[in-house]
Every structure is written in C-alpha cells, then in structure tokens.
Write a protein that binds this ligand. Structure first.
Ligand code: G1P
Length: 302
C-alpha cells in the first residue's frame, strides 16, 4: 500500500443515490455518469482525489451502478478499434479513466443515508484517517481544497470538514456548522452541526460542502447514530458527536472554502458548470464563447 506523506491514502466516494432530480436521464444511467462537457461528473471527483495524493478510491455503489465500474476499467474492444484507426488522442482519452486510480467498489444494499454509506467503507478503510468526496460537488481543480484539508488534519488531528458561506435562505439545503475562529483565517473550530436546519435554527450561514477528512472513530459513532433528518443515518449527526469530543475522533475543524464549486446535483447549477467549464476549455472555449456571446446578446434584445 502506498501511503501519502500524510499517512492518508484512501478516498471514499458515496455513489449509491438514485438521482431522482435528473429523471428521466437517470432512469437507466447513474447520475454520476452524466457528462460535464465531455467527461462524466464522477471522473472529475476521482481526479480531485488523485490530485490530493489519494489514489486508492472506494466507491459505495448500489443497484444500476455497473456503468461506474465499466468507466474506470479498461475497454479493450474500443482501445483496439482506436489503435487500428491510429487515433492516438482518443485512445489516450479512453485510457485516462482506467489509469487514474486503484478502484474498489462496495454495495450499500439499502439506501439508509450518507452516514450508512460511509459506514460501508469501514472494512476497506481500517483505522487510518480517510477522505470522503461527495459526487454532487465539483471543486475546481485550480482551488485545491482537499489538499488543504489534509494539511489541517495533520496539524490538528481529529476530523476536518469543508465549509462554505451561503445565503441564509439556502442553509436548509445543507448541514450547518456552529464555529469558532482559529488563528488561521481559513480554519475554524466546529462546535456543533445541524443537518438541513430551518433558517431560524441554523447555527450559522456556514454550510457543509461535500469534502471530509475523517478520523476512523467516526465508524463507532455511526454504528450508534439513529436515523435523523429524512429518516436517514446522517454523517452530520455523527460529526456533531465528534465535534463535542477532544479525545478519540475529535476535535472537528472546518476549512472555509472561497473557491469555485459547482453543485452538479442541481439542474440549474449543472448547466452553469457545463457552460463555465466549456468556456474555459482551450479546445472548445474560443468557438463556444463566441457563440454564447451572440446567443445571449440576441436573447437580451428579444
Ligand atoms: C449532504 C450532507 C449535507 C451537506 C451536503 C453537501 O446532503 O448530508 O450535510 O451539506 O451533502 O452537498 P445531500 O445534498 O446529499 O442531501
């Protein structure tokens, strides 16, 4: 096993959700496979884990998730066809996803919530701190959040979550954290957490976004965590318990992220992510930006 400098080598990616917000596209295709420009959303997330030094990736999957395994595996038939055609650049693109990381899969069985999905990772993770990346959140590779979180975990021990300031009327969509400042401007101490609170109950406007570096003590807590919000076993509830500890598994710190994040689980944000990333692409960007400019100008005049 290759350990990173930090001793954290494993990333866990829960991918068992049903993707109902994207029906009918997700009737027979996992939502993680929906393309963002020309790559499935999940590939960006695996690339982010690898960029942070975590090349052992465990996906928590469920029914109908076979295409995920196929995507990160070799496709000899396609590779042979492209080799015969001498199409080296497409061949490289096909191989990119299978050469990326060492992939492992476990099935969640019953959809009992994010906390339950993370608990399914225990036999693979063992007793090392590990990262969790939620597939609906895309973090721009130019704003390396996970690497910063790993550094903070090394400094403080315990667990580290990613936080982002959101509009007060949006906080009911997220976990919300009670926080105290630390001498580091982008690091806070988390003293409490509530999953998807009513705005009046929210301890702050700091929302949990889908990146975590967790102490393995979280597994013991998750085993005892009762179903919470949405009648599901919530990771947020287990982290609240760890946040109250100074010993095993605690404390919990937050890294306040101010970079670029796209929520591909929301249809509007998904479209915005595609437009922004397409505009920035060297190959597609110049033509696409010109078209977009003309299109928007015409729309404004209509
Ligand atoms: C999950 C977490 C929530 C977090 C959110 C970030 O919720 O339970 O605490 O704020 O991800 O995207 P979900 O969006 O899966 O309902």
């Amino acid at each position: 096993m290759t350990l990173t400098r930090t001793g954290i080598s494993k990333a866990v990616i829960p991918a068992a959700g049903l993707g109902t917000r994207f029906l009918p596209a997700t009737k027979a295709t996992p939502k993680e496979m929906l393309p963002v420009v020309d790559k499935p959303a999940i590939q960006y997330v695996v690339e982010e884990a690898v960029a942070a030094g975590l090349s052992d990736v465990l996906m928590i999957t469920g029914r109908n998730k076979r295409p995920l395994e196929d995507h990160f595996d070799r496709n000899y038939e396609l590779e042979e066809a492209l080799t015969r055609k001498g199409d080296a650049s497409r061949l490289a693109r096909v191989r990119e996803s299978s050469d990326l990381a060492t992939m492992h899969y476990v099935r969640q069985g019953a959809p009992q919530g994010l906390g339950h999905a993370v608990l399914c990772a225990e036999p693979h993770v063992g007793d090392q701190p590990f990262a969790v990346l939620l597939g609906d959140d895309l973090i721009d590779p130019r704003d390396p959040l996970l690497a910063r979180m790993i550094t903070v975990q090394q400094q403080h021990g315990g667990s580290v979550i990613a936080l982002m300031e959101v509009d007060p009327e949006q906080i009911h969509l997220y976990g919300s954290a009670a926080i105290l400042p630390t001498p580091d401007p982008d690091v806070v101490r988390v003293t409490g957490l509530i999953e998807k609170p009513e705005p009046a109950q929210a301890p702050s406007h700091y929302a949990v976004i889908g990146r975590y570096v967790l102490d393995p003590a979280v597994f013991d807590v998750l085993r005892k965590t009762q179903p919470g919000c949405g009648d599901e076993i919530q990771l947020t509830d287990a982290l609240r318990e760890l946040a109250e500890r100074d010993d095993t598994g605690g404390p919990v710190h937050g890294v306040v992220f101010t970079g670029r994040r796209y929520d591909t689980g929301d249809r509007g944000d998904y479209l915005r992510a595609i437009v922004r990333l397409a505009c920035e692409r060297e190959d597609l960007g110049p033509d696409f930006r010109t078209w977009l400019h003309t299109y928007v100008t015409q729309e404004m005049q209509a």
